[in-house]
Structures are given as C-alpha cells and as structure tokens.
Write a protein that binds this ligand. Structure first.
Ligand code: URP
Ligand code: ZN
Ligand code: ZN
Ligand code: ZN
Length: 473
C-alpha cells in the first residue's frame, strides 16, 4: 500500500546531524528527504518555518518495554500510549522486545508482538527477541530471523534465575549461532545467582524495604557478569552489547575489551546519568519509584558514565522505559509498585522515561557542556541506527533518508512532571526538573505528528522496521 502524502518544506532550520551543523531547507516528498539546499521553493509543499530552531533526526530509543507481560507484572503503557509518549519527546523509532515464553519458539514470540504492535504504534518500531529457552528448535530459527525477518539482535538475561536467566552454556550456544549470521547479542549483565542469595538473606533478616533492592544488587556483580559476558562473546566471535550499563566496574570491563579490539558495546540510560542511589533514602515506600534494574548507583559511577559517553566506550543512551504506576489505580495492582509494599522483591522493576530522553540529554548534556550537539545526535539517533541495522534509512538527515525530523526550540523552558507526560505512568523520576530546550514539532516519515502540546498523529501509523545486521559498526 503506497500512501500519497503531501510534500513538506522545512525552511531555514539549523540542521544538526552526528557530523554536520549548517542552515538549510529540507524538502520532503513521499515521506523521505528529497533535497536539502538553501532557498528552496517548492509550490506543492506545505511550508514550516524553522528559523531559530534546530532540526535533529528523530530519536531512536532501542530499549523500551511497552505492554511488557512478565506474568506477575505488566507495564502500564500500551504500544499506543507508550509510542505517543515517545513521539512527544522527539523519538520516532523504538526497538522494543519480544519475549520468548515457556513453549514459544523465538518466531512465535515475535509474531505475537508484531500482532499487538501493528494496530497501535504511533511511531516506527522494531523488536529484539529475548531468548529464554535456547533449545535446538530455537537455535534453528535464528539465522532466518536475522536474514529474512529483519530481527538482528537477541537479548539474554544473566539475572533473574528461574524467570529469565539463561545459563552461560546456552548464552554461548546462542552467541555462536547469532554471530555466524550477522546478528548481535544484547546482555543484561548481573550475576543472578549471587544476587538471589543476597535477596534471600535480606528477606530472612526482615529487610523488606525498597532500599534493599539496591543493596542486594551490588555494582561488583554487574562488573563480574559484564566481564564474563565479554569473554564468552569473544570465544563465540559475536558482537556483544550491554544494555542499561550502570556500574563503573562494568564500564571498566567494556573499556578493557574495546582496548583489545573486541566488538563490545554498551548503552546507558538517563536515570543512571542524572540520579543516584541517594533516592533510596526517601521515606516510606517512595523509594519504590526508583526500583529499576540495575539500581541507581553511586556518584562515582555517574561520573564514570559521563566519561564513557565522551570517550565512546558507551555508544548509546536509551531509556529502558519500563513503566509502572506508583499508586494502585486505575490500571490494577499488576501494573503498580504497590505489589511490593511488604517485600522489595515483589516491586515490579522499571520506571517510565521514554518521553524525557532527548530533553534530559540536551539540557543536562549539551547545555551543561558535557556533550557537543553532534555527540547528542550520535548518542540518541545515529549510533542506535547504525548499531541495530536501521542506518541510513533512520538516524540521520540526508537525501533519501526517512523524513523523521524534530524541530527543537533551544530557548524554550519547561518543567518535567508526571502531569505533563503522555505515558500512563502516574509519576516521573524527574518531577519538577527544569529544562531549557523543547521539542516543538515532530515529523514521522514527513507527517507532522506533534506540534507543541498537540497530538496530530494517528494510532497505528507506525511501521515495522526490518533491520539489517546488528553490531557491525
Ligand atoms: O528494571 C528494569 N530494567 N526492568 C526492565 C527489564 C530489564 O531488565 O530491562
Ligand atoms: Zn535488562
Ligand atoms: Zn560530581
Ligand atoms: Zn529493559
């Protein structure tokens, strides 16, 4: 089905990519960038004045969990609400997860998620497949998933024994298969068995408050698993990507591997850059809002992560948007932090954030002098596209690329809050944080979907993105 779209002309914006910074006009035709030049005049196009604004490529968030069903808990955003929230924050593509459940093959997991996402997504989307059962049947499907279904990245958990954790030998088996066919393995690196022993010990001693979530997941166990994951990947000859890297010990392992020329990559998330473990000192049950995995870390870790972004030992910032309500209503107990009021282990792990990534990184990164404008684009759009096989269709502003564009006003002030976000979550990790710089207009393949606080997009307009090889950056 080819849709006839009106042409668009974006005039006089400051176009910033991972490498460019210049002022020009962008002509969009059939959802793609047709031409970029000075003083374009196209009679058939709708004109948007971008003078005084920065034009960024649409953000790509490669780590979200929309309607993520873990049995005991389910995230509170649907594909519809979560992707609309993403759009308001300037993100035009997400890469979410398809979880292989007991009895599923990876393809069945993917098909189920495609069916749920297709009628709902407001921005473009793709999936990583979470492998939980590395059976011969599952292994046999992997080459076809990479080469024909456009899914070139597979996540495995070294944590959550009995639920999601995969043994080292199975990680190795999957890695070898995926590596041989142009895919990449994403690892959630924490030593799940040792952490489980710590959790059991804490609960036996009557330590049930949210703070113990942090105390039972020490950074040294993220470092250990990261090191182990790298060595297994090295043997299997597969690129390996660490999701939500939070600990300095883990970063040190990645740095050491990269210095040896190993294809090891990692993302971190805004909450690790802007918040620290002192949030767990909050009174009562409030700290449950900050229960995500890995937990918030020390100030020293935070400094190490900012350094990693500078040195390119961390290549991507994604959100790990995994939203639950703090209060019980109106979505039910399974979608609320209140499940773990008497036992920190039962607090659903995760927090909302998909809408805030660009604003936080622009204000706290670019404005604060920690990141250049080009590096900001690299971290939020270009590197995600290259790492996960979406480039050059996505992730940059160039002739022939999808016209996923963000018009950004660097002078507009606003305040992050739960009431201003479009997620179903009822709280924000960043309540009251003031930001200089705001997304003003968002285009998805040339269609204006966000204008200020107005939603102009359509439910279901997001398209599934078949990806080429991952990790060959
Ligand atoms: O707390 C988190 N991050 N929940 C989502 C699942 C995961 O580990 O990414
Ligand atoms: Zn994870
Ligand atoms: Zn400091
Ligand atoms: Zn996650």
């Amino acid at each position: 089905m080819s849709e006839v779209r009106s042409e668009v002309l974006i005039k006089g914006g400051r176009i910033v990519t991972a490498v460019d910074d210049y002022t020009a006009d962008i002509w969009v035709k059939h959802g793609r960038i047709e031409a970029i030049a000075r003083d374009l005049s196209i009679d058939s196009a709708t004109v948007h004045d971008a003078s005084g604004l920065i034009v960024f490529p649409g953000g790509i968030d490669v780590h979200t969990h929309m309607e993520f069903d873990l049995g005991a808990a389910q995230t509170v955003d649907t594909f519809e609400t979560g992707t609309r929230s993403a759009a308001f924050g300037g993100t035009t593509t997400i890469v979410d997860f398809a979880l292989q459940k007991q009895g599923d093959t990876p393809k069945q997991a993917l098909d189920r998620r495609l069916a749920a996402a297709e009628p709902q997504c407001c921005v473009d989307y793709s999936f990583h497949i979470i492998l939980t059962h590395v059976t011969p049947e599952a292994l046999a499907e992997l080459p076809d998933l990479v080469n024909h279904d456009g899914v070139s990245s597979f996540k495995m958990f070294m944590a959550y024994p009995g639920v999601l954790m995969v043994e080292d030998a199975d990680i190795f088996r999957a890695m070898r298969k995926v590596g041989a066919h142009g895919g990449m393995i994403n690892l959630h690196a924490e030593n799940g068995s040792v952490i489980q022993a710590l959790i059991q010990e804490a609960l036996e001693q009557g330590n049930t408050s949210p703070r113990y979530h942090m105390l039972t997941r020490p950074s040294i166990m993220e470092g250990e698993a990261t090191h182990r994951g790298i060595r297994i990947a090295e043997l299997a000859e597969v690129p390996v990507y660490f999701v939500h890297l939070s600990a300095e010990e883990a970063l040190n392992s990645v740095v050491e591997a990269r210095d040896r020329g190993i294809s090891a990559y990692a993302e971190t998330c805004p909450h690790y850059l802007f918040l620290d473990e002192s949030e767990y000192d909050r009174p009562g049950f409030e700290a449950a809002k900050y229960v995500m995995t890995p937990p918030l870390r020390s100030h020293a870790c935070q400094h190490a992560l900012w350094r990693g972004l500078k040195t390119d030992d961390l290549q991507i910032v994604s959100t790990d948007h995994c939203p639950f309500c703090y209060n019980e209503s109106p979505f039910g107990l399974r979608k609320s932090k209140q499940m773990g009021r008497d036992d920190f282990e039962k607090i659903p792990n995760g927090a909302p954030g998909v809408e805030f990534r660009l604003h936080l990184l622009y204000d706290g990164g670019v404005n604060a002098g920690r990141l250049s404008l080009n590096r900001f684009v690299q971290l939020t759009a270009t590197a995600p596209a290259k790492m996960f096989g979406l480039f050059p269709r996505k992730g940059t502003i160039a002739v022939g690329s999808d016209a996923d564009l963000v018009l950004f006003d660097p002078h507009q002030r606003h305040t992050l809050s739960a009431s201003a976000q479009h997620s179903n979550a009822d709280y924000s990790l960043y309540e009251g944080r003031e930001i200089l710089g705001k997304v003003q207009k968002v285009f998805l393949r040339g269609e204006l979907i966000v204008e200020g606080d107005r939603w102009l997009g359509r439910v279901g307009q997001g398209q599934f993105q078949r990806r080429s090889a991952s990790g060959r950056v």
